[in-house]
Design a protein around this ligand. Structure first.
Ligand SMILES: Nc1nc2c(ncn2[C@@H]2O[C@H](COP(=O)(O)OP(=O)(O)OP(=O)(O)O)[C@@H](O)[C@H]2O)c(=O)[nH]1
Length: 229
């Protein structure tokens, strides 16, 4: 990778990872976010894949580099380098398969073992379009997220529900951690009505409203366009 390269297209490059059991929808969430594509017949990921999308937070441009790997142990090769440098993670289960929710604790413990304590983690219950086959209630996801200090959303990669919200909220939070700017976000863990989401904004801190967090397409595939600060 062109680790030293720099251009004026972006102010920051963020790495984030997707984790969770096989077939929970990691690859489709990523293709929905990066290219607005979905595949019903997608094959299990072998090794590691990644995609980019440029995101605006306030007046800054962030190149979000999202890594996707196999949920199946036998297709995973490089655990420690997969997590290295990750500032955020989407921890994904399938609301129609309870086992994938039970395994969240295992994924979280692996993530915490390899990443920094500041890593922003969003718990995602995917396939919300399959409500009739639901095995995990939304409330259970919320409760787990609260007890582990995570953000939480249910998504559908198929119907494109909450996919932008999940990725953009994670990226907005990463920006907040790095810059100490407060990102006001009433879409995660909140009732959506409270503009400030109860956030206590310390004096002197700059505020970026979540509505200023927007992403642009098309997907940038050129590694030489990466920038590091
Ligand atoms: N109904 C529905 N199906 C989905 C959704 N997201 C993914 N799928 C389907 O679930 C299956 C697995 O999706 P993938 O995106 O390949 O899952 P993965 O987590 O990347 O799987 P691994 O690469 O094996 O780790 C595919 O058949 C997808 O079409 C969703 O939101 N709703």
């Amino acid at each position: 990778m062109a680790e030293e390269s720099y251009d004026e297209e972006c102010d920051y490059l963020f790495k984030a990872v997707l984790i969770g059991d096989s077939a929970v929808g990691k690859s489709n969430l990523l293709s929905r976010f990066s290219r607005d594509e979905f595949r019903l017949d997608s094959k299990p990921t072998i090794g590691v894949d990644f995609a980019y999308r440029n995101v605006r937070v306030g007046d800054k441009t962030i190149k979000a580099q999202i890594w996707d790997t196999a949920g199946q142990e036998r297709f995973r090769a490089i655990t420690s380098s997969y997590y290295r440098g990750a500032l955020g993670a989407l921890l994904i289960y399938d609301i129609t398969r309870r086992i994938t929710f039970k395994n969240i604790e295992k994924w979280l413990s692996e993530l915490r073992g390899f990443s920094s304590p500041e890593t922003v983690v969003v718990l995602v219950g995917n396939k919300s379009d399959l409500g009739q086959s639901r095995e995990v209630e939304e409330e259970e996801g919320k409760t787990l997220a609260e007890s582990e200090g995570l953000y939480f959303l249910e998504t559908s990669a198929l119907e494109n529900q909450n996919v932008e919200e999940a990725f953009l909220s994670m990226i907005g939070r990463i920006h907040e951690v790095l810059t100490q700017k407060i990102v006001l976000d009433n879409r995660l863990n909140g009732d959506g009505n409270n503009e400030s989401n109860g956030a206590v904004v310390p004096p002197g801190k700059e505020i970026v409203n979540i509505h200023e967090v927007t992403a642009t397409r098309p997907l940038s595939t050129s590694l030489s366009n990466c920038c590091y600060k």
